[in-house]
Structure formats: structure tokens, C-alpha cells
Design a protein around this ligand. Structure first.
Ligand SMILES: NC(=O)c1ccc[n+]([C@@H]2O[C@H](COP(=O)([O-])OP(=O)(O)OC[C@H]3O[C@@H](n4cnc5c(N)ncnc54)[C@H](O)[C@@H]3O)[C@@H](O)[C@H]2O)c1
Length: 326
């Protein structure tokens, strides 16, 4: 198939491009490089452009016949979304709207969309399945919810077929491939833990935001899902769209939660070094526990994460962070 990967120069998108190419698909990446890296696009053609730019999208979508679009573009810093909500709604919601319009015009009717666990807001249950109420508590999560809603309406109205994949915490890096996680600023735990290891003595220690949560060791518990496992779920989603038209939603996590202290301890073992850290106050809006119930993805997509062990995930991330290419 010929696939347009919007946002394919970013962390998860670049791993997707690698996976698509390895499975025989032809890829064009469309990315404005606002948080992506041209060096990460190693298995496809890169077109630099913005999903808000309708003529640029039209030019790409009409130059070739695409079988599907995968849409990873977003601003995704929760804290920043609280202080700049309109920037988030413009980029994430209007960007998705513009992409949907351009797809409709070009007659491309299959979409896999990067949604997020942030659509659920404060969890009402220990594990979050697809029936959990959608009640985002920040503009980032609300923007993803709005996108899902627009996509669903487009599916009903004009025969688009779509899968929304709600990732929990993407983590790790392709074991081979010279691609990895590189955000600026970095807000994700694992890259920050590894940075604290690499920069000890010269930089501030890792901050643990709160150690008085109702969890087994008082720190927040999250579900870390390997980025290659996410890419495999997208591939299965593409296949599903060929067999089962309509709108589908899946929660993607590895189903096991790890606390911040457990991640720090595992990183210490993987790196063979101490992780300098200190406890800081809680951050607003951090739920104690966020763990996915991914049974639906297992049953319908036949998806089974290969990386269930936090040390195995950390090893792949460590390989990248010790010698990042970008
Ligand atoms: N990383 C995670 O743990 C996680 C969890 C849940 C959901 N998500 C979602 O997955 C997607 C990918 O996340 P990521 O961590 O790879 O982020 P990323 O920032 O590394 O990648 C996003 C890519 O989209 C591009 N982009 C952003 N706005 C654009 C625009 N208007 N036009 C064209 N390109 C644009 C960026 O340049 C970047 O290359 C995002 O939609 C994010 O919200 C990520």
C-alpha cells in the first residue's frame, strides 16, 4: 500500500514509517518539523508541510494515489495546553479537520488516528477500557476527543473508515534503526530518567512529582507501551480497515502499570548506575494510576505487545539515549 504518514518525523511516527517500510509499504511523510526531526525520516520521502495548509495537503494527496493516511501530528504537552489552549485547538483540531477535508477531496477513505489516554480524564476504574467515559481534563485531551468526534461524524457522513488508537505512555526505541525519543522540552519520564543518569553531577536530579499517591509506593503508576508495539497495532488497524469498514477505537497499553519509583529502580539496573532523583510536589491533574485494558485490541486486532517487561523497554531506550543521532 501507499501510505501518507502525517507527523512521520516525530517519535512514534518515525517508528511507524520504519515498520511500514519493513512490511513492504511505500511511505510519504508529511511533517512541519515543529517537533519532528528530518534525520528520523529514513525509510520514506519527506514532504515538509503543515496540516493546516490545505493547498500543501492537496498537492501531496493528489500527486499520488494513497490507500490510507496515518495521522500523528499534534502538539502534545499537557501543561502547555493549559496555558495555550487555543494553540492546541488550532493545531490539533483544525489540523485534523483540514486533513479530513483534503482526504475527502482526494478520495482517500482510510485513516488511522493517534488519539490518547488523555481523552478519559480522571480514571474511574483501575484499568481503562473503551467503555470508560470520555471526560478530558485538559485542552490537549479535549482536542483529541474533538478529533475523534469529528472523525466519527465523517465516517457516518461520507464513507470514511477510521481507527482511533488511544495510546497510554509510549516508550522505548527501535532496537536497530538509529531513531528514538527526542522531544524539546522533554516531559516524559523515561527519557528524563535516562538523562538524569547521563548528566549526573552536571544537571538537576530527576524530579518525582508527588510520593503520597494511593499507590503501592506512593508514586504515580503508568502503563508504558513500547513504540514498536504501537507501530504493530497500527499495521493491524490498517488490515482491519480492509475487512471491517466504519469507525473503531482501541486503547493501547501493555496492561501492566509501573510506578515512578519502579521505573527509576529498573533504570538503575539497566544502566548500571544510580538515578539521581528528588521528590517534588504533586502536579495538578496527574491521576494516581493510568493503566489500559487492551483486551479489545487483543481480540479484534490480534495485537499482543511484545515488550511487557519495563527493563526490556528501558534497554531499548537506553541504547538510543546513550548515543542519540538527533
Ligand atoms: N508519546 C506519547 O506517549 C503519546 C501518548 C498518547 C498519544 N500520543 C499522540 O501520538 C502522536 C505522536 O506523538 P509523538 O510523541 O511521536 O509526538 P512528536 O511531537 O514526536 O511527533 C508529532 C509530529 O507531528 C508534527 N506536527 C505537529 N503539528 C503539525 C502540523 N500542524 N503539521 C505538520 N506536522 C505537524 C511534528 O513536527 C512531529 O514530527 C501525537 O498525536 C500525540 O498526541 C503520544
Amino acid at each position: 500500500m501507499r501510505i501518507l504518514v502525517a507527523g512521520g518525523a516525530g517519535y512514534i511516527g518515525a517508528h511507524m514509517v520504519k515498520c511500514l517500510a519493513e512490511n513492504g509499504h511505500t511511505v510519504t511523510v508529511f511533517d512541519n518539523l515543529s517537533s519532528g526531526h528530518p534525520e528520523a525520516v529514513r525509510w520514506g520521502r519527506l514532504v515538509v508541510g503543515d496540516v493546516l495548509d490545505r493547498p500543501a495537503l492537496d498537492a501531496v494527496l493528489q500527486a499520488d494515489r494513497y490507500d490510507a493516511v496515518m495521522h500523528f501530528c499534534a502538539r502534545s504537552l499537557v501543561g502547555e495546553s493549559m496555558s495555550q489552549p487555543l494553540v492546541y485547538y488550532r493545531n490539533n483540531v483544525l489540523g485534523t479537520l483540514t486533513l479530513l477535508e483534503a482526504m475527502q477531496t482526494a478520495g482517500v477513505d482510510r485513516l488511522v488516528f493517534s488519539s490518547s489516554a488523555a481523552v478519559f480524564g480522571q480514571p474511574l476504574s483501575e484499568r481503562i477500557d473503551e467503555d470508560h467515559p470520555l471526560a478530558p481534563i485538559n485542552p490537549y485531551g479535549a482536542s483529541k476527543w474533538m478529533c475523534e468526534r469529528m472523525i466519527e461524524d465523517a465516517v457516518k457522513a461520507f464513507g470514511l473508515h477510521a481507527v482511533a488508537l488511544r495510546y497510554f505512555n509510549a516508550a522505548g526505541a527501535a532496537p536497530q534503526g538509529r531513531i528514538g525519543e527526542s522531544h524539546q522540552p522533554e516531559t516524559h519520564l523515561i527519557p528524563n530518567v535516562l538523562r538524569a543518569v547521563l548528566e549526573q553531577g552536571s544537571a538537576a536530579p530527576l524530579q518525582i512529582f508527588g510520593d503520597d499517591y494511593p499507590t503501592r509506593d506512593g508514586t504515580c503508576v503508568r502503563d508504558y507501551v513500547h513504540v514498536d508495539d504501537l507501530a504493530a497495532a497500527h499495521l493491524a488497524a490498517l488490515q482491519l480497515l480492509q475487512q471491517e469498514p466504519g469507525m473503531h477505537r482501541f486503547n493501547l497499553g501493555n496492561g501492566a502499570g509501573f510506578s515512578v519509583r519502579e521505573v527509576i529502580a529498573a533504570a538503575g539496573r539497566v544502566c548500571g548506575r544510580r538515578v539521581p532523583h528528588q521528590v517534588a510536589p504533586r502536579r495538578d491533574g496527574d491521576p494516581a494510576t493510568l493503566v489500559a485494558a487492551s483486551d479489545h485490541a487483543r481480540e479484534v486486532l490480534g495485537w499482543k505487545p511484545r515488550y511487557t517487561d519495563i527493563e526490556a523497554i528501558l534497554e531499548t531506550a537506553w541504547r538510543w539515549h546513550r548515543a542519540p543521532v538527533y
